[in-house]
Design a protein around this ligand. Structure first.
Ligand code: C5P
Length: 227
């Protein structure tokens, strides 16, 4: 049984989302994709015609953005002002602008507060939640019962992302995706406020040579060990 919070952190292209979702489903727990929240705020910024590089203007948008996250791992959703934006937040415009938006301290403060509330609600309701992001083990839920940090080589991650994009009908080539992966890694790991970092008590799982079922069975074993 999965009780409490399982934190799944790491860069994109490690299989993080798929694994976190399936893990939650397997253990009848809830699921929160915090990256989707940063992406939805970024979409709000773009829709408002605000420059993603203007921290004060971005913070104002974040403060009033009406976000709602559905935490069912079988059908997670993210709404912005009552509209389901799950698809739109995966597009190139949002992907390009999300790193500077999520580096704004006031944005992080806003979203970390909302994330903690969602986690508290889930714990009261279901008793268990898998939360994925970059700073869950370090900042959002430092008391999580299990912290996992997923890694993989940049090349492996770029291959996976490009395949994922192509499968969803967004044309992507590996070289461009690799450049994007490296750009976002550098940005996310070097921002001043809660940079992407492995928590000291996180278990690192290198997914370069593992497929999704392989990663899942490692994580399921960790949960059973701790349970
Ligand atoms: O996980 P995903 O690739 O959708 O996240 C998009 C972006 O949101 C990341 O590149 C990062 O800039 C930001 N993010 C963050 N903190 C989190 C989750 C995502 O800064 N906990």
């Amino acid at each position: 049984e999965l009780r409490g919070v399982v934190a799944v952190d790491g860069p994109s292209g490690t299989g993080k989302s798929t694994v976190a979702r399936r893990l939650a489903a397997e253990f009848d727990a809830e699921y929160l994709d915090t990256g989707a929240m940063y992406r939805a705020v970024t979409l709000a910024v773009l829709r408002a015609g605000v420059d993603p590089q203007d921290p004060d203007a971005v913070a104002e948008i974040a403060a009033v953005a009406e976000l709602a996250s559905g935490t069912d791992p079988e059908a997670p959703t993210i709404d912005l002002a009552g509209e389901d934006v799950s698809e739109e937040i995966r597009g190139p415009a949002v992907t390009l602008a999300v790193s500077p938006v999520s580096a704004v301290p006031a944005v992080r403060e806003q979203l970390v507060g909302r994330q903690r509330q969602i986690i508290a609600d889930a714990l009261a309701r279901t008793g268990g939640i898998v939360v994925e992001g970059r700073d869950i083990g370090t900042t959002v839920a430092p008391d999580a019962g299990l912290k996992v940090f997923l890694t993989a080589t940049p090349e492996a991650r770029a291959h996976r992302r490009a395949a994922q994009d192509n499968a969803s009908g967004r044309r992507a080539d590996v070289a461009e995706t690799l450049a994007d992966v490296r750009r976002r890694d550098t940005y996310d790991a070097s921002r001043a406020v809660s940079p992407m970092r492995r928590a000291e008590d996180a278990v690192t799982v290198d997914t370069t040579e593992l497929d999704i079922p392989g990663v899942l069975s490692e994580l399921a074993a960790l949960i059973k060990q701790r349970g």
